[in-house]
Design a protein around this ligand. Structure first.
Ligand SMILES: NC(=O)c1ccc[n+]([C@@H]2O[C@H](COP(=O)([O-])OP(=O)(O)OC[C@H]3O[C@@H](n4cnc5c(N)ncnc54)[C@H](O)[C@@H]3O)[C@@H](O)[C@H]2O)c1
Length: 418
């Protein structure tokens, strides 16, 4: 059976199991043997192999082409038309493979980028690290709780450099504003409210119905954690960064309110994630109204911070927002106590706020790629390291189950190999 008939004849999840080598139905995949890592000097090109150059993968290729000292040296995708798209982007024919194991057999690769759907991330990342290569893997780290812990263990065992695709960690205005939160600028941050609201049904046109599961993997529960995983993982990561820990429990709900088109993931999600000391992240995502957009509010005891993909703004309480009502106000309004009456304003933060100076407007994905390449050269673990990936992936894996069961669930914490 060739790859094309595989795509036509197998369900996507069966294909996932076959290609990941994870299913006992198909036996274990033959993994490439580790080869000694090439010594990379400051002037050497870093040869990169990309697995899964679809929409996100091609964006990574675009940014890698702007990263000094990098060559796109190999590509792998189960969907053949991707190869010509990558060749066009790169401006030359890039050696192409339909099986990631063949790509990993190549001798001249210094690092691997993984941008397949998340069901493949863990097994491909582990195989790439075992083959002796640093890995940049798109979020989420793992699809199941076991996946995520397995990647953490593999990083420990192999000592490989691993970066997760949380590129917003590399946005200068987000870094600067979170540093200011950590310095106490809004007092104690106790709540994060995040919104990922869009007007977009998430469905892709497919050239042929047999490609539905391959192209619309996001819409089906066995290959996707839906909006919570695809969009929420970035915002969970920001909350983890603010609170300096991963969440402990998750409760939420999801439904199909608009797009009754056969999908099995919700088109809206609301979730609450609990951190220590009673701190919380509230996450909301809807797909039929983009008014609130993609924004994160960090609420502290002395002020607030709004973060978007473009900027960040601090808001501070006015000195005195609630004053006791005067006798004449109480007489006029019929209030018995001043405590329930705010004569100044019920919107005490209204105003322009204090924008965080943006010292670097570079596309965060480009900064993330440059930083990864530097880490490969200098043999350093990245800022968005495997622990960061675990901290956002695990709540997503557990969240899917919690929403389905309609109850709060504990989130396993990262374990280190002893
Ligand atoms: N960091 C970000 O901001 C960001 C943005 C978008 C997507 N993503 C992540 O990137 C990943 C890909 O998303 P996308 O929108 O590009 O999806 P996509 O469907 O456009 O691309 C995935 C590609 O992987 C290929 N593929 C599928 N199974 C494969 C396999 N077994 N082996 C090799 N190739 C395989 C597909 O043919 C496709 O070309 C997801 O994990 C997603 O969460 C991250």
């Amino acid at each position: 059976m060739n790859r094309r008939s595989l795509l036509q004849g197998l369900s996507f999840s069966m294909l996932a199991a076959k290609l990941s080598g994870a299913s006992s139905l198909y036996g274990q995949a033959t993994e490439p043997q580790p080869e000694p890592a090439r010594r990379i000097s400051a002037n050497d090109r870093i040869n990169i192999g990309i697995i899964g150059p679809g929409s996100r993968g091609q964006e990574l290729v675009r940014q890698l082409l702007r990263t000094p000292g990098v060559e796109i040296a190999a590509q792998c995708d189960v969907y053949e038309p991707r190869f010509a798209e990558v060749n066009e982007l790169v401006g030359k024919k890039v050696p192409a493979y339909q099986d990631y194991r063949e790509l990993l057999q190549r001798k001249n690769l210094d690092a691997i980028y993984i941008a397949t759907p998340p069901v493949f991330h863990a097994s491909y990342a582990i195989a790439a690290m075992k083959s002796g290569r640093p890995v940049y893997c798109e979020k989420t780290l793992g699809f199941t709780p076991e996946d995520s812990q397995n990647v953490v263990d593999a990083v420990s065992r192999t000592g490989q450099i691993f970066q997760i695709g949380h590129q917003m960690r590399y946005a200068s205005w987000i870094r600067d504003s979170i540093q200011r939160v950590h310095q106490g600028e809004i007092g104690e941050p106790t709540q994060v409210y995040s919104y990922y609201h869009r007007s977009d049904n998430w469905r892709r046109e497919v050239p042929n119905p047999s490609l539905e599961r391959l192209m619309n993997w996001r819409l089906y529960r066995d290959t996707s954690g839906g909006l919570f995983e695809e969009l929420g993982s970035h915002q969970i990561d920001i909350a983890n960064w603010v609170f300096k820990e991963q969440p402990q429990d998750v409760l939420g709900t999801t439904s199909i309110a608009v797009y009754h088109d056969g999908r099995t993931v919700g088109d809206n999600v609301q979730a609450v994630l609990g951190y220590s000391k009673g701190r919380r992240l509230f996450f909301s995502s809807i797909t039929d109204n983009a008014l609130a957009g993609n924004q994160i509010w960090v609420y502290g005891t002395d002020g607030s911070l709004q973060i978007t993909g473009e900027d960040a703004t601090f808001y501070r309480k006015k000195e005195k927002t609630i004053t006791a009502a005067s006798h004449s106000q109480v007489v006029q309004r019929g209030l018995k106590t001043g405590a329930s009456y705010a004569p100044d304003s019920v919107m005490p933060y209204r105003g322009p706020g204090d924008p965080v100076p943006v010292r670097n407007r570079e596309e965060p994905t480009l900064t993330a790629c440059k930083s990864f390449v530097e880490c490969v050269r200098n043999k350093q673990q990245p800022f968005a390291n495997v622990d960061v990936g675990f901290g956002s992936a695990m709540p997503c894996s557990i969240g899917k189950r919690a929403f389905a069961d309609g109850r709060a669930m504990k989130i396993p914490q990262l374990k280190r190999l002893s």
